[in-house]
Design a binder for this molecule. Structure first.
Ligand code: F6P
Length: 306
């Protein structure tokens, strides 16, 4: 998100527009907690993970009253337009504000890649690279010890990270929220890999999959699948770290387009990556759809696991 903030501030400055950075998302907006951001104050943040503005989940903002307070603060501080960088909740909030006549543009940021209307959201590529490093490391010990590793990655409703990590990390199997998989099926795949002569097995499990990594381990340990099993839950390390080249470029392009769109008087839209272009998608559409992983990837992972 930092490369996006930098791009927003410097593009705005180029067009002679002043920028205030709001602390802790909608919580900060309701409190009127904002500070001027200048091209100099966003220097040196391009390579930093997270967000210099900090973030928070706000239940109050979901209410009509909370949104009214936020708009009041914007009027008081003479804020003419808002750029919202965030995931599903943030974009729902942006849509609600647009419906109350606030000029707003959304920018998709969520490692889950579950936002409809963009091929990629900010943070996905960095998270995926972190997962790959972990899987590569785990494979070393898995193959040395003849073990099956159950690796849990983030993704509550969308198994994008698990599917991609499974394909490019060489997993034996992936478990996704989008596909029901029984313990017997998983046991069968691991056992077959053992019988084929593999010396280890990696199973990537999305946190939203029907069976969690711990539960699956317990059940597998009651059966004999050949390998002994271990669980690694990657958790929040996936949500930090230096943004990759892809993420920096994506975040920068989205930030530039967001400012240019607001400056043109456009509102109620999200900027997204469509094909190789940055385009506008109505927030109305974005919030009314759920993005799930393309199941072609699931089939691809199965085929390549042999
Ligand atoms: O939506 C992004 C996400 O990272 C999910 O993958 C994960 O389930 C959730 O956030 C974790 O939320 P929290 O940081 O509040 O535990």
């Amino acid at each position: 998100m930092n490369p996006c903030i930098r791009a927003v501030v410097r593009t705005a400055s180029h067009y002679g527009v002043e920028v205030a950075g709001i602390s802790e998302g909608y919580e900060g907006l309701i409190r009127g907690d904002m500070r001027e951001l200048t091209p100099r104050s966003v220097g040196g943040i391009l390579q930093r993970g997270g967000t210099i503005l900090q973030t928070a989940r706000s239940d109050y903002f979901r209410t009509d009253k909370g949104q009214r307070e936020a708009i009041r603060q914007m009027n008081e501080k003479e804020i003419e337009g808002l750029i919202v960088i965030g995931g599903d909740g943030s974009l729902h909030g942006a849509h609600a504000l647009a419906n109350k006549n606030v000029k707003v543009i959304g920018v998709p940021a969520s490692i889950d890649n579950d936002i409809w209307g963009t091929n990629m959201s900010i943070g996905v590529d960095t998270a995926l690279n972190t997962i790959l490093v972990a899987i590569d490391n785990l494979r070393d010990t898995a193959s040395s010890h003849n073990r099956a590793f159950l690796v849990e990655v983030m993704g509550r409703g969308c198994g994008y990270l698990a599917a991609m990590a499974g394909i490019i990390g060489g997993a034996e199997m992936i478990l996704l929220p989008e596909v029901d998989t029984s313990v017997e099926e998983a046991a069968g795949v691991i056992e077959a890999a053992y019988t084929r002569g593999k010396n280890h097995s990696i199973i990537v499990i999305a946190e939203g999959a029907e069976i969690g990594a711990q539960d699956l381990k317990m059940k597998l340990d009651e059966m004999d699948v050949g390998f002994r099993t271990r669980v690694t839950i990657l958790g929040h390390i996936q949500r930090g770290g230096r943004p990759t080249a892809f993420d920096r470029l994506l975040a920068t392009r989205l930030g530039v387009k967001a400012v240019e769109s607001l400056a043109e008087g456009i509102s109620g839209e999200m900027v997204g990556l469509r094909g190789s272009k940055i385009e506008l998608v109505p927030l109305e559409k974005v919030v009314s759809k759920n993005r799930t992983v393309n199941l072609e990837y699931y089939e691809m992972a199965r085929m390549l696991a042999f």
